[in-house]
Design a protein around this ligand. Structure first.
Ligand code: ADP
Length: 566
């Protein structure tokens, strides 16, 4: 065995061993190929250097060549070319003749043919098997997803990144009136036509589908109307989600559901609550009024015991009346009927009136309510406060501030409540701070939701519906303001209402142009609803009343001195 062959054989063996131990599965084919080629070179060199066709190592060649098919048809081809060139060279040059020539051809061709038969079929067979398995798997997955998409009751439309409809499920076909064959391949704007609740077509840049394509973030919309192929309008809940990653967005999926019935049911429910609470307010106001008459010594003679019973009944009726009023306000908020009748309101005197209206209640509970704008400064002089005008609905604002103050008194067992009004160039902020129970941090984010009440041992004994703060938020928002709370559990809370400020000049203009007879910010109007006001004046027949009209004096100077509230 020549030395060079020994060296080559050793290198091949070492490399093969190392590759076997180190190389990972996904590189094994390449490593195997290199080892095989090295082995081939070693064997060919050995055979050629040790006598060619007469070499005692010819068996090795047969063995090695037999495995060429393992690396595919190209490897067999390469072997065939090399071996045949070698064989033909020997035959052509007459180096081998007769039986030796035949043996030569057998040695050259036999292992290649055997290799082809053994490996080619096996590898091809393996390929076909794998392809078949993959195909079966794919068709299984696709038929599964077809079944799922087709059985979804919601409409599903898949749109590619160019805005072309790629898939439309049967529910979407029925809802939109577009058969699959017509819709697929069309621009989505021809298939999914959206209009707003007023019936105006949704502008391209505001369309949720376009927005999702641009932002790659999913979007939900419950206020749009879908126009079908036959121009029928369907109220839908639309959810659009992007498909693919940020950089490789491949389109969007739009899922929509007909919510016409749900909306109609919602509307009927709200209408029922609204009608019921409206209708029930009248008899309650009447009961409240007659109870007032019965308790009034000028109109009825009753003994002290009966009076105390009637007093309790009166309070309960008032509570019931407020409850109906709250339900009415909530139902108005739900169907956008909370339209504010805004006017210029001097927030300082307005808030002071609200505070004064609830002083009696606070006093009965032993809580001291101070009104900061009327405070005296450290030198004992009254604080000079600028005028803060805001454009708000006074009735709605009154309800908000009463709710906050009422809560501050209700949830303060002992201590004090401070109401303040502050302002800057843009806003006026009324704050109601108490030293009461405080609110646990985990409840703070939910406080302004409908029916939300903090549930702990302190609050459980205090009655309430959880509607007050929800109503306050909706009313404040209706007046372009916002409401917020800060609180330390066990120490107290501060609720603040911020509304946009208007200049004194603008306020004067608005006030002088306001018609007599319009509801106004007249301090002194009661915080209670109209029917309750009727009941509060027992000598008058218990009819619903409207607040008196009296515009705020436009000639009030821009600053004023307010006497202390208490
Ligand atoms: P209600 O007072 O009828 O329960 P609200 O909507 O007015 O409903 O208030 C919701 C909840 O917020 C109350 O149940 C109470 O736990 C909490 N809350 C409101 N105001 C205060 C306050 N000033 N101090 C402590 N907790 C408060």
């Amino acid at each position: 065995v020549p030395e060079i062959v020994l060296v080559l054989a050793s290198v091949t063996a070492l490399y093969s061993l190392a590759a076997y131990l180190i190389v990972k599965d996904n590189r094994l084919h390449l490593a195997g190929l290199i080892a095989y080629v090295a082995m081939c070179i070693t064997v060919i060199l050995l055979v050629v250097l040790s006598g060619g066709i007469h070499s005692p190592f010819i068996g090795l060649w047969l063995l090695v060549a037999g495995f060429s098919g393992l690396f595919g048809i190209y490897m067999i081809g390469a072997f065939a070319i090399a071996a045949n060139v070698y064989g033909l060279y020997y035959l052509a040059t007459g180096l081998e003749t007769g039986a030796a020539a035949i043996a030569l051809m057998i040695v050259v061709e036999a292992p290649l043919i055997a290799s082809f038969i053994i490996w080619h079929n096996r590898i091809n067979g393996h390929d076909t098997q794998a392809v078949n398995a993959l195909q079966a798997q794919l068709s299984q997955v696709s038929s599964k997803s077809d079944v799922i998409i087709n059985s979804i009751a919601d409409g599903v439309v898949v749109i590619d990144s160019r805005g072309i409809v790629q898939l439309i499920n049967p529910a979407a076909q029925t809802m939109l009136g577009w058969p699959n064959r017509d819709a697929v391949g069309l621009d989505y704007r021809s298939v999914i036509k959206l209009v707003d609740t007023a019936g105006n077509p949704v502008a391209e840049e505001l369309s949720p589908i376009r927005q999702v394509m641009a932002s790659n973030k999913s979007a939900t919309n419950n206020d749009l109307i879908l126009v079908t192929k036959s121009s029928k309008k369907v109220l839908v809940s639309l959810v659009v989600s992007p498909v693919g990653e940020d950089s490789h967005q491949t389109g969007v999926i739009a899922v929509f559901r007909d919510i016409t019935r749900e909306k109609e049911e919602e509307r009927q429910k709200a209408e029922f609550i609204s009608t019921a609470s409206h209708e029930m307010r009248t008899p309650v106001a009447s009961i409240e009024g007659y109870l007032g008459l019965a308790m009034n010594p000028a109109t009825a003679v009753i003994d002290e015991k009966a009076k105390s019973y009637l007093q309790k009944a009166h309070e309960a009726t008032q509570h019931l009346g407020r409850l109906f009023q709250d339900l009415l306000t909530v139902s108005k908020a739900e169907d956008a009927r909370l339209v504010p009748r805004q006017q210029a309101v001097d927030m300082i005197s307005f808030t002071r009136e609200v505070v004064e209206g609830l002083q009696q209640k606070a006093k009965e509970k032993g809580i001291f309510v101070s009104y900061a704008p009327g405070d005296q400064d450290t030198d004992g002089n009254r604080r000079i406060t600028p005028m803060y005008y805001a454009l708000v609905d006074p009735d709605q604002m009154r309800e908000v501030l009463s709710n906050l103050l009422d809560n501050a008194i209700k949830y303060t067992m002992q201590g004090s409540v401070t109401v303040d009004v502050k302002g800057d160039g843009d806003n006026v902020t009324v704050s109601v701070a108490d030293t009461g129970l405080g609110i646990p941090p985990e409840d703070l984010p939910h406080l302004f939701q409908k029916f939300y009440r903090v549930d702990n041992s302190d609050t459980r004994t205090i009655g309430g519906t959880g509607l007050g703060l929800y109503i306050s938020r909706r009313l404040t928002e209706a007046n372009n303001g916002h409401i917020k709370v800060t609180s330390t559990f066990g120490k107290g809370s501060t609720f603040s209402v911020q509304v946009p400020r208007i200049s004194n000049e603008r306020a004067s203009e608005l006030l002088s142009s306001s018609q007599p007879g319009q509801p106004s910010a007249q301090p002194g109007a009661e915080a209670l609803p109209a029917f309750a006001q009727a009941a509060q004046a027992p000598v008058v027949a218990p009819q619903p009343a409207t607040p008196a009209a009296a515009p705020v004096d436009p000639n009030t100077p821009p600053t004023q001195q307010i006497p202390p509230a208490s």
